[in-house]
Design a protein. Structure first.
Length: 174
């Protein structure tokens, strides 16, 4: 039995958006990719997710166009890592909003269990999901960092969308 209905064809924009972004595991996978942690084993370790859960959420995010696979050589064989697409990059304000709301309204289980949105342009911790409350600049993956003291003592610059593959007259580049 499915956990929820398919809301992809609803007339409500919020319902359609939740169809893609409403799954907690999917949001946590996006968090990891924004942190630059797009390899399966690293995500599995960080999230503590079962292989089947993580595989399903990654495939859902690829199918929805938020992530794409990019090959890399692990020293012995070619494997796939997951990187943001432009569509995935556009989900940043949603993740920022959840983090900011949680910091404001939910108690942290420890002093280190926080995640702050930082505008790297002026260095301010912002309380807005899409605009720096320090200087007013629009937040993007290129000028935003997340600071999670559990992960690192300093804010981490966010990963940007993967460059689109070059298209040649005879098809994609080899």
């Amino acid at each position: 039995m499915p956990l929820r209905s398919d809301w992809s064809q609803r007339t409500c924009s919020l319902a359609r958006g939740l169809d893609v972004l409403g799954d907690p595991w999917g949001m946590l996978v996006l968090r990891e990719v924004f942190f630059g942690n797009g390899r399966f084993d690293a995500m599995k370790s960080r999230l503590g997710a079962a292989d089947s859960v993580l595989s399903k959420r990654l495939q859902d995010l690829v199918d929805a166009g938020l992530l794409t696979r990019r090959p890399y050589d692990d020293g012995g064989r070619t494997r796939q890592e997951y990187v943001l697409t432009d569509k995935g990059e556009d989900a940043l304000p949603v993740l920022n909003a959840v983090a900011i709301w949680s910091e404001k309204h939910l108690p942290a289980p420890s002093e280190q269990a926080h995640m702050y949105v930082v505008h790297t342009g002026c260095g301010a911790r912002t309380t807005s999901a899409d605009t720096c409350t320090g200087c007013g600049e629009r937040l993007t993956v290129r000028n935003t960092s997340w600071h999670s003291p559990v992960r690192t003592p300093r804010p981490v610059p966010l990963a940007a969308a993967a460059p689109a593959p070059a298209i040649h007259p005879n098809g994609p580049a080899a």
